[in-house]
Design a protein around this ligand. Structure first.
Ligand SMILES: C[S@@+](CC[C@H](N)C(=O)[O-])C[C@H]1O[C@@H](n2cnc3c(N)ncnc32)[C@H](O)[C@@H]1O
Length: 288
């Protein structure tokens, strides 16, 4: 079979099975099977696939049709321009989460002016390590820590840090939220915690529900359990006027803000669709 014919039939199969972005997925999987870039697909549409290539492509398109995310098949996802390894032990980093990184980078400038010293940042629930590694790549002077309750996720995050040459820059720990940092203080606590309510499970995309780790997605009945525990812990761990930055779930803005009663400079960043996506708040100096 020719390369273009194989992509066309995968595209058709994906369309029939409601796989989102069918042609993109068909191309990404072909790039993965051939270990070639997209330019190769367009330059050689008539290339005859070998028997092995054809059967490997059939295997991966079947997996994708079953609902397995393309990133778990290829093992890669880009985040903040970094090529990250992903496995089913970690949430696939989402583009929206880059707003959490952007928010830290925005407020950190002002913070450095007020506190000209080496700042300490912790990423709680690091998963693939995406937020911690993006911050480590940008903030070359900061001390970056990252934790997760899942040892398997930490393994992926550690591999990512080494592959990206950031192995010396991020300290990883297994921890239930900030428990493993007792007595330590930070200038920034940043997190993209699990925030989907178990009561909302039927609204979650099938590929998320069936393939992504439950511990990375769900947080109690209403999706608020981790925020309820993390916010007081962040308050205790932050230095005076330190920042808490968190991604929030759809329609969670007011509920999270209520938990931030007594904090200062509470601000929300919306994503490209205008959905409130990140909340940042400053530990109150007085209550600190
Ligand atoms: C929504 S995922 C975010 C992963 C990554 N930061 C990202 O943005 O792609 C939430 C992460 O929090 C971790 N997690 C869940 N409960 C936790 C807890 N109690 N303490 C620490 N990490 C936790 C999960 O294992 C998962 O890796």
């Amino acid at each position: 079979m020719q390369l273009k014919q194989a992509i066309d039939s995968a595209n058709k199969l994906f369309l029939q099975n409601d796989v989102p972005s069918p042609r993109l997925n068909a191309e990404l999987l072909m790039m993965f099977v051939l270990d070639r870039d997209r330019a190769h697909l367009y330059a050689h549409p008539e290339r005859e696939l070998t028997h092995d290539e054809e059967s490997r492509y059939a295997e991966v398109t079947t997996e994708r049709t079953r609902g397995c995310p393309t990133q778990y098949i290829t093992g890669h996802q880009e985040f903040w321009g970094l090529d990250l390894i992903v496995s089913p032990a970690v949430l696939i980093p989402r583009p929206e989460t880059e707003h959490a990184v952007e928010t830290v980078l925005e407020v950190v400038k002002e913070y450095y002016r007020e506190h000209p010293r080496k700042i300490r940042i912790v990423d709680v629930g690091t998963g693939s390590g995406c937020i911690a590694l993006a911050l480590a790549s940008e903030l070359t002077q900061a001390e970056i820590h990252a934790c997760d309750i899942s040892e398997e996720a930490l393994e992926v995050a550690r591999i990512n840090s080494i592959r990206l040459g950031l192995g010396e820059r991020v300290g990883f720990r297994k921890s239930d939220l900030l428990a493993a940092y007792a007595g330590e203080t930070f200038d920034f606590v940043v997190s993209n915690p699990p925030y989907v309510g178990e009561s909302e499970a039927d609204k979650v995309q099938r590929q998320v529900k069936e393939f992504e780790p439950k511990v990375a997605v769900f947080s109690g009945h209403e999706g608020m359990d981790i925020y309820r525990r993390l916010i007081p812990q962040a308050s205790a761990a932050l230095r005076p006027s330190g920042w808490f930055v968190t991604e929030i779930g759809f329609s969670a803005e007011e509920k999270v803000k209520q938990l931030l009663d007594g904090w200062s400079d509470v601000r929300t960043t919306a994503d490209l669709q205008g959905i409130p996506r990140v909340i940042a708040a400053r530990k109150n100096l007085v209550s600190g």
